[in-house]
Design a protein around this ligand. Structure first.
Ligand code: HEM
Length: 423
């Protein structure tokens, strides 16, 4: 069975995620009528659309059968993939990061940073992160009752946290923010490199330019930290070895780039989305202030609610069956985290923001061997920000319409205008 073309076009259209109801409605129909079927569209290789929580887990539980790196790790038209291969000497992904490698290479690379981002390893950062959170709460309050929470707070606080952990100086933060936005928001004329609607050709060209700019920056980072190693994560990456050798150029660049981009944009989107939810629900802020012990539930629900990573792709290396469907070796699959986090068989009222869920097995960080490396840091920094903000905030409401980024990959709110009062 193939998915009806209008539905397939809706779920791939970056604009459907800017008007999130469009993507949500299409996925709700798919979950009900075609939870695991193929999208067949002229300009793409056919791909299965995996919409259910259980099916995504089953696929991610089998990394030997479902590979990340054999085909493009995010949805990309056939032409685009061919051009990427021409640029990279045959690899389907422009950037060779943890999410685009498999097996022993993935295990070895992940092992470089993993011990430094476990809950125990990041606990000592709590005070430093709280100081940063207070600084940004003060910054927000300096706007005197009205600000764009996305641009004025949510984009900046996780950026400062991750850059501190990576060892990137503060003066480079605007550069990192700009290049991250270019990388993830190519379809959005407000945020992409050209500040314009781009053809697929221009998109690839500007992605390439952004990647090269990042690589030039990180080439210097390698030199600096090899000359003088520190405990910063970029220094661990620069000095890491697999066997006797330093990471090769593509491994190094991929590592720096994923940590420096995924390390804040995702968390910024989630934070902005949570504030949007609060601004629309006066009772939510009151509930959080009455029950501060619900803070972890609030953070977990905001991650489920926002789902900043909309999808990743996998490809099958052998024939297998998932949920009664015959998947063939070579097939490409889209894991829709947006859909899985709205799965009616897992959550009552999936379209409601609720802090009283007894269980919240949100899967917005993915699952299995590729599960988000920064998940504990992301949770901790968001908890701390909300703890600090809930102490100060008395009321909050939308001061105008919020706006979401046009993207089908990593995205969320880009404007959340709010009006607020403080205690
Ligand atoms: C709310 C915030 C975040 C969300 C929702 C998120 C989501 C994700 C998702 C969906 C994946 C792919 C998982 C899979 O394939 O199963 C992932 C991987 C990854 N994330 Fe995050 N992320 C967040 C924050 C962060 C932070 C703060 C960092 C940096 C410290 C980070 C670094 C990474 C890395 C390096 C990977 C690749 C892991 C691998 O392939 O082994 N993420 N993330």
């Amino acid at each position: 069975m193939t998915i009806a073309e209008d539905l397939a076009r809706t779920i791939i259209d970056p604009k459907s995620y800017a008007k999130r109801e469009l993507a949500d409605a299409a996925f709700a129909r798919l979950r009900a009528e075609a939870p695991l079927d193929q999208a067949v569209l002229d300009e793409f290789d056919p791909f299965w659309v995996v919409t259910r929580h259980a099916d995504i887990k089953e696929i991610e539980r089998q990394p030997n059968i479902f590979h990340n790196g054999d085909k493009s790790t995010f949805l990309s038209p056939r032409d685009g993939v061919e051009r990427v291969k021409a640029l990279t000497g045959g690899e389907p992904n422009l950037i060779r990061s943890l999410v685009s490698v498999d097996g022993d290479e993935h295990k070895a690379l992940r092992g470089v940073v993993f011990p430094h981002v476990t809950p125990r390893a990041i606990k000592p950062l709590e005070d430093q992160i709280r100081a940063i959170a207070r600084e940004f709460v003060d910054h927000m309050l300096s706007f005197d009752g009205q600000c764009d929470f996305a641009a004025d707070v949510a984009f900046l606080y996780p950026l400062r946290v991750i850059m501190t952990v990576l060892g990137v100086p503060q003066e480079d933060e605007p550069f990192m923010l700009k290049l991250t936005q270019e990388l993830f928001n190519n379809a959005d004329p407000e945020l992409n490199r050209r500040r314009a609607e781009l053809s697929p050709d221009e998109m690839l060209k500007s992605l390439w330019e952004t990647t090269m700019e990042l690589e030039n920056y990180f080439a210097e980072v390698t030199k600096t930290f090899r000359a003088q190693p520190t405990g910063a994560i970029n220094s661990l990456i620069a000095n890491a070895r697999i066997g006797d050798d330093y990471l090769n150029h593509r491994q190094l660049m991929g590592y720096y780039i994923i940590a420096a981009t995924a390390g804040h944009d995702t968390t910024s989107n989630t934070t902005a989305g949570a504030m949007w939810a609060l601004a629309e629900r006066p009772e939510l802020l009151k509930a959080m202030q009455d029950s501060p012990d619900r803070i972890n539930a609030f953070v977990e629900e905001s991650i489920r609610w926002e789902v900043p990573v909309k999808h990743f792709m996998r490809s099958a290396v052998e024939d297998c069956e998932i949920d009664g469907r015959q998947i063939r070796a070579g097939d490409w699959l889209m894991l829709s985290y947006q859909s899985a986090n709205r799965d009616e068989s897992v959550w009552a009222d999936p379209f409601e923001f609720r802090i009283d869920r007894e269980q919240n097995p949100q899967i917005a960080f993915g699952y299995g061997v590729h599960v988000c490396l920064g998940q504990h840091l992301a949770r901790m920094e968001m908890r701390i920000l909300w703890e600090e903000l809930f102490k100060r905030l008395k009321t909050v409401e939308l001061a105008g319409p919020g706006e979401r980024t046009i993207s089908n990959f990593v995205c969320g709110p880009k404007h959340v205008p709010i009006r607020f009062t403080v205690n």
